[in-house]
Write a protein that binds this ligand. Structure first.
Ligand SMILES: [Zn+2]
Length: 243
């Protein structure tokens, strides 16, 4: 397949490509720059280019419009040529080979944050119940001042009971409660853990560090939970409370 692509590229070598290799390409800044470069490389049937930041779209086209992930602005000319072949290639083999070159180009892969775990569908009722308790505990212990944030059930957590995660640019803050913890120790213990995580949420929203330091201990005493990071659930063996 790659050989087919190489053959195609050699065949389509033109004065524009020669010029590029002599002068070195100028940096591409937007969709228009990219379109101009692709047209120099032989693109004919496209007259509009839209950049996307949607990771599900690397390169796609419809009618005269091309959509390209913004990560391709920095792609080497070999990848840009592959985009041209993907669109203009004469045979299916050429286009398939070009697609491989396109998808192998890393698009911000290094900066991609790990995807957060989601509540399993069968744990949805448990998560909904935890969210209901979050609202109640918020009203009772925090005068309703905490934000309504997602509370999910985690089947991945093995040693931890729960965790509060601060918001990132991509995702909102959330609380996760361990599924095993809930099953093993029951709701009273799980709600104690939820309240513990809500104290971390309170720390975050008040601008304190998220830790088990003095602000944590003071608030934990106020809401009536164990003011330490580790505790022994009243049933079952000792389990580490989230750090
Ligand atoms: Zn904690």
């Amino acid at each position: 397949m790659l050989r087919a692509l190489k053959r195609y590229l050699t065949r389509s070598a033109d004065p524009a490509q020669l010029m590029l290799s002599l002068d070195g390409p100028a940096p591409l800044r937007n969709g228009d720059d990219l379109l101009a470069r692709l047209r120099m490389l032989g693109l004919r049937r496209i007259d509009r280019c839209r950049l996307t930041s949607n990771r599900n779209v690397m390169v796609s086209y419809r009618g005269g419009e091309l959509r390209v992930h913004e990560g391709y602005l920095e792609a080497p000319v070999s990848v840009l040529r592959a985009i041209v072949v993907f669109i203009e290639g004469r045979t299916r083999a050429d286009r398939r080979a070009a697609r491989r070159v396109i998808v192998e180009h890393p698009v911000g892969r290094a900066s991609r944050p790990p995807r957060r775990e989601r509540t399993r569908p069968e744990d949805g009722r448990m998560a909904a119940e935890l969210s209901r308790h979050h609202a109640e505990l918020n009203a009772r212990f925090f005068a309703g001042s905490l934000r309504a944030i997602p509370v999910r059930v985690s089947r991945r957590m093995k040693s931890r009971l729960g965790h509060y995660t601060a918001a990132t640019p991509a995702e909102p803050a959330e609380i996760a409660i361990s599924w095993r913890h809930l099953r093993r120790h029951g709701w009273t213990e799980a709600l104690h853990t939820l309240l513990h995580e809500m104290v971390h949420q309170w720390q975050d929203e008040q601008g304190f560090a998220i830790d088990h330091g003095s602000s944590f201990r003071a608030k934990a005493r106020e809401v009536g939970i164990t003011p330490s990071a580790r505790r022994r659930p009243t049933t079952g063996q000792q389990t580490r409370l989230e750090a």
